[in-house]
Design a protein around this ligand. Structure first.
Ligand SMILES: Cc1cc2nc3c(=O)[nH]c(=O)nc-3n(C[C@H](O)[C@H](O)[C@H](O)COP(=O)(O)OP(=O)(O)OC[C@H]3O[C@@H](n4cnc5c(N)ncnc54)[C@H](O)[C@@H]3O)c2cc1C
Length: 550
C-alpha cells in the first residue's frame, strides 16, 4: 500500500474529520487508512471506555473486520462457544447458540467479548498503523466555506480552540451526536418507558460458558458470560419503584425474583440503570457531513445489534469515502451509503423493537404467554434446526443485502444463488497450494473480479485490458474446478477443490462476479460477457479508468 493520502493544503486541513473514537469511529479510521487515507480522529473523552457495554460480536462483523487482520486477536480474547440455557416455569432447555450448520462463513458463532476489549483491539491496530487518536478534543460545530470545505471548531483539553478545515466530516459521536445537531438532521423516535439494570459482576449457580436466561411474567433476566471486566453481565428490567443508585442488594433481589434464589450475585465492577431509546436519523448524509453508528440509530440491545451495526456502517462508508477522497470515485458513490445503510438501521430498529416488546411488555396476554406458553413450547421449538438457522441469518447480520442500491447492478436473475447487492458467501478454496477462505483471497483495498470456469472460458487479452484500465483498484481471480487449474494470462487461480464455492455461488463456466471492497457483489453475469463489469467499473471508478481499447 502506498503512503496514506493526506490533504494537499498545509496547516490544520484534513480530508476527513472523524468525531468519536467509539467502535464506529475506530473502525472507520481503520478502513480509511487501509484504503490509503489518513483521517483526523477526535474524541471528547480523555480515555476509552472500560465497562463492557456491547458484548456480542456478530459473524458478519468478524468477516468485515478480517481484512484489517484484527479478527485473530478478537477471537483470542473472546468466547465463541457459548450455549443458550433457558429456564422458564421450572423447565430448563439448553442448546448450542449457533449450531445450525452455517458453513458459508468462517465465523458460524456469536463471539462474546466486551465492547471495551473490541475497542482496545481496534485502538491497538490503529496505533500500529500510525493513526493518532486525539483524545480530550471535543467537536463543537461547523460552518461551510465558499469552496465547499467545512470549517470545524474543536475544543482542546486545556480549553484551547482549534479551527480545522475538513473536506468531509463524519459524526461517529454517539446518540447525542453534536455533528448531527450541527447538520440539523432530525433524530426521530422516543424512549421506552422501562428502566433497565446492567451489571458486570461475579455470580454462583450458573451454567459456565452459557447465556443463562430466566423467563417469567415480570420479564427476563439474562446473565451473559464475559471474561473482562467480570465473569458475567446481568441485564434485567428495573421495577418502576426503584430509582436510586444501583446496589448489590437490589441486584440480588432481582436475581432471586427471576431464579427463585438459585443464583447468588457478588462483586459488581460496573453497574448502570438506563432507559433505552429507539431513534433513527432522517438522513445519513447531508452534503459533506455523514453519520454512522449510534449517531444515526439507537435501539434496544435485544439481539446484540447496536455496536455491530455501527461497525458495519463504518465499513460500508470507509471504502466509498476513501475512493472519493482519492479522486477515484464520483461523489455520487457516497449517496449509496445512505441508500444502503439507512434501511438496515431502520430494519434493526423494527426487529429489536418487536423482540424487546415481546419480552418486556406488561400486556396481560403477553405476560401469560411468557409465564405459561413459553415454558412448554420453547424446549420443543429449540430442537428445530431450521428455525434456529433462520434466526441466525438475521441476528448474525449475514443476510444483509443491498439489492436496490444504485451502487449495485439491478439483476433479472431468478432462483437461488447470490445476486448483485448480496454478500459473497464464503467457502474454502486453494490458493497457491494453501487452503484459504474465498472472502480472504479476494479481500484487499479494491474491487475483485472473480471469473469462474475451466481454462479457456475467458478471453485472456480482454481480461488483461480490464485489469490495466482499472489499476490499482481492481484485482482479478479465476475460480476453477479441482481438476483443471489454469493460470493463463497471469491471473491468480483459486481452486475449488470441493466444489463448495461454485455451488454456493451457483456459478458455472462463464459466470463472473464483481465483488465490492466490502464483500458485496456489485455486478454479476453468467454468460461470459465482460462488458457489464466494464461498464460498472467505468461508472464507479471514473476517476482512474484508463481509455477503453479501440
Ligand atoms: C450502558 C450501555 C449498555 C449497552 N449494552 C449493549 C449491548 O449489550 N449490546 C449492544 O449491541 N449494544 C449495547 N450498547 C450500545 C453500544 O454500546 C453502542 O451501540 C455502541 O457503543 C455504538 O458505538 P459508536 O461508536 O457509534 O458510539 P459510542 O460508543 O457512543 O461512541 C461515541 C464516541 O463519541 C465521543 N463524542 C461524543 N460527542 C463528542 C464530541 N462532541 N466531540 C468529540 N467526541 C465526542 C464519545 O466520547 C464517544 O467516545 C450499550 C450502550 C450503553 C450506554
Amino acid at each position: 500500500m502506498a503512503q496514506p493520502h493526506r490533504a494537499e493544503a498545509a496547516g490544520s486541513d484534513c480530508d476527513v474529520l472523524i468525531v468519536g473514537a467509539g467502535p464506529t469511529g475506530l473502525a472507520l479510521a481503520a478502513e480509511l487508512h487501509r484504503f490509503g487515507v489518513m483521517p483526523r480522529v477526535v474524541d471528547a473523552a480523555t480515555d476509552r471506555v472500560h465497562e463492557s457495554r456491547a458484548l456480542g460480536v456478530q459473524p458478519r462483523t468478524l468477516e468485515v473486520l478480517r481484512p484489517l487482520g484484527v479478527h485473530t486477536e478478537l477471537l483470542a480474547r473472546g468466547n465463541s462457544a457459548a450455549r443458550l440455557r433457558i429456564t422458564a416455569g421450572g423447565r430448563v432447555a439448553s442448546t448450542p447458540l449457533f449450531d445450525i450448520g452455517a458453513d458459508d462463513t468462517a465465523f458460524p458463532f456469536l463471539l462474546f467479548l466486551s465492547q471495551a476489549e473490541t475497542e482496545a483491539v481496534l485502538g491497538e491496530h490503529l496505533a500500529e498503523a500510525g493513526v493518532v487518536l486525539d483524545r480530550g478534543v471535543a467537536f463543537e460545530s461547523f460552518t461551510q466555506d465558499g469552496d465547499g470545505r467545512l470549517r470545524c471548531s474543536l475544543l482542546g483539553p486545556g480549553g484551547d480552540r482549534e479551527e480545522l478545515r475538513a473536506r468531509w466530516l463524519v459524526g461517529c459521536d454517539g446518540a447525542r451526536s453534536t455533528v448531527r445537531h450541527s447538520a440539523s438532521i432530525p433524530f426521530r423516535g422516543g424512549r421506552y418507558p422501562q428502566t433497565f439494570l446492567l451489571a458486570d459482576l461475579s455470580a454462583d449457580g450458573l451454567e459456565t460458558g452459557a447465556v443463562n436466561t430466566y423467563l417469567g411474567a415480570e420479564g427476563p433476566l439474562f446473565l451473559f458470560p464475559l471474561e473482562h471486566p467480570a465473569p458475567w453481565r446481568l441485564i434485567t428490567a428495573r421495577p418502576a419503584a426503584n430509582t436510586g443508585p444501583v446496589t448489590l442488594a437490589e441486584l440480588q433481589q432481582q436475581a432471586d425474583r427471576a431464579t427463585g434464589g438459585a443464583v447468588t450475585v457478588r462483586d459488581p465492577v460496573w453497574t448502570s440503570a438506563f432507559r433505552i431509546q429507539h431513534r433513527a436519523a432522517a438522513r445519513y448524509r447531508s452534503g459533506r457531513v455523514l453519520l454512522a453508528g449510534d449517531a444515526a440509530h439507537v435501539h434496544s440491545p435485544a439481539g446484540a445489534q447496536g455496536m455491530n451495526t455501527g461497525i458495519q456502517d463504518a465499513v460500508n462508508l470507509g471504502w466509498k469515502l476513501a475512493l472519493v477522497c482519492r479522486g477515484a470515485a464520483p461523489d455520487a458513490l457516497l449517496d449509496s451509503y445512505d441508500q444502503e445503510r439507512r434501511p438496515v438501521g431502520e430494519y434493526v430498529l423494527r426487529f429489536t423493537d418487536r423482540a424487546f416488546s415481546a419480552v418486556t411488555s406488561a400486556n396481560p396476554v403477553l405476560r401469560a404467554v411468557r409465564s405459561q406458553v413459553v415454558p412448554r413450547v420453547l424446549p420443543v421449538a429449540l430442537r428445530f434446526r431450521q428455525g434456529r438457522a433462520a434466526v441466525f441469518r438475521v441476528v448474525s447480520q449475514l443476510g444483509i443485502r443491498y439489492r436496490r442500491s444504485p451502487a449495485v447492478d439491478a439483476s433479472k436473475r431468478r432462483g437461488r444463488g447470490p445476486r448483485p447487492g448480496d454478500r459473497l458467501p464464503d467457502a474454502r478454496v486453494l490458493c497457491s497450494g494453501t487452503e484459504v477462505w474465498l472472502q480472504q483471497a479476494l479481500a484487499g483495498p479494491r474491487f475483485s473480479l472473480l471469473l469462474c470456469g475451466p481454462g479457456g472460458s475467458w478471453d485472456d487479452a480482454a481480461v488483461q485490458d480490464l485489469r490495466r484500465r482499472f489499476e490499482p483498484f481492481l484485482a482479478i481471480h479465476r475460480l476453477t474446478p479441482a481438476d483443471q487449474p489454469d493460470g493463463a494470462g497471469g491471473v491468480p487461480v483459486l481452486v475449488d477443490v470441493s466444489g463448495a464455492a461454485s455451488s454456493r455461488l451457483r456459478a458455472s463456466g462463464g459466470s463472473l462476479l464483481l465483488v465490492r471492497p466490502d464483500g458485496h457483489i456489485g455486478h454479476r453475469a453468467d454468460d461470459g460477457d465482460l462488458s457489464g463489469a466494464e461498464r460498472y467499473l467505468a461508472r464507479w471508478l471514473a476517476g482512474v479508468a484508463g481509455p477503453a481499447p479501440s
